[in-house]
Design a protein around this ligand. Structure first.
Ligand SMILES: Nc1ncnc2c1ncn2[C@@H]1O[C@H](COP(=O)(O)OP(=O)(O)OP(=O)(O)O)[C@@H](O)[C@H]1O
Ligand SMILES: [Mg+2]
Length: 270
């Protein structure tokens, strides 16, 4: 890979080159490579334990890749700390809700906005104007402005998911990574988060997301990767998933064609 391919007109925003993460004998991430280009919505699916979250941990820097390289905007970030990656423009949410329970919705989002945007060697006593503006923008985008004064421990699971998305967005990311943003939600809530993802994408944020809910995954993604035992067993358009025998055998099972065509129909894949 020449320097030019990293930085030219068609250069990827994120490039993962042959990433590995083993836990003892478990090959959680086993030679994963892919590119993410500006404006992409790339969905990642696969059975439980396939290594999806571990891949997110490797990309966001929570755990190290044993081999391989990660490039963001043409710069190698393989050994960068999680906060440095976040400041550079890679933000993520987590599979399980994570927030400061006794703080309010606004205080949580301000903490993300202030500390997630740039390095604070000497944190100030006040949130800066731009931190407040980013937090307000993010809360408005996910529809949580009216709840900004609510303590987090009073929120529903759905609203906590929105809060995590708002926190990530408040860092003004180039890439938003979401780990199962609609897991455990009802159909209306799934629809609402689909709309939010479309808005985020229209705002110019590139999206990488993990999801088991097929309607969500296939109708929003322009490309999907399916992982199994740490490996990439499929990369391509969502509509072709059901014609891939390995994907059907290890993940989608019987009725895969109906599942995918219903999901594409229900989601309105524009
Ligand atoms: N910290 C860890 N220590 C040991 N094994 C781990 C650790 N984290 C993950 N694993 C193992 O790595 C494999 C991949 O786990 P991972 O959580 O990445 O899967 P996943 O695809 O996100 O699954 P799910 O869909 O259930 O969230 C599993 O076998 C898991 O038990
Ligand atoms: Mg997971």
């Amino acid at each position: 890979m020449s320097k030019q391919e990293h930085t030219g007109a068609n250069a990827p925003l994120l490039r993962c080159e042959s990433l590995f993460r083993y836990f003892g004998a478990v090959k959680a991430v086993d030679d994963i490579s892919f590119d993410l280009h500006p404006g992409d919505i790339l969905g990642i699916g696969g059975p439980n334990g396939a290594g999806k979250t571990t891949l997110f941990d490797v990309i966001s820097g929570l755990t190290a890749s044993e081999k391989g390289k990660i490039f963001f905007n043409g710069n190698e970030i393989t050994k960068h700390s999680p906060h440095k990656r976040c400041h550079a423009g890679i933000a993520r949410t987590f599979q399980l809700n994570a927030a400061f329970e006794t703080l309010t919705v606004q205080e949580n989002t301000l903490a993300s906005s202030y500390f997630g945007y740039s390095n604070k060697i000497f944190p100030g006593y006040r949130f800066s104007k731009d931190s407040i503006e980013r937090a307000d923008w993010a809360l408005d985008l996910v529809g949580l402005s009216d709840e900004s004064g609510m303590p987090v421990d009073t929120l529903s699971v759905y609203k906590r998911k929105l809060l995590m998305i708002a926190g990530a967005l408040s860092t003004n990311p180039d890439i938003l990574m979401m780990d199962e943003p609609v897991g455990g939600l009802n159909a209306n809530e799934v629809d609402d988060i689909m709309e939010i993802v479309r808005k985020v994408s229209k705002a110019g944020v590139t999206i990488l997301m993990i999801e088991h809910v097929m309607r969500f995954l296939v109708s929003l993604s322009d490309r999907v990767i399916i992982m199994h035992h740490g490996q990439n067993i499929y990369e391509g358009e969502p509509r072709d998933l059901a014609s891939d025998k390995t994907v059907v055998d290890v993940y989608l099972g019987e009725g895969a064609s109906e599942l995918i065509s219903d999901a594409l129909g229900a989601g309105g894949n524009e």
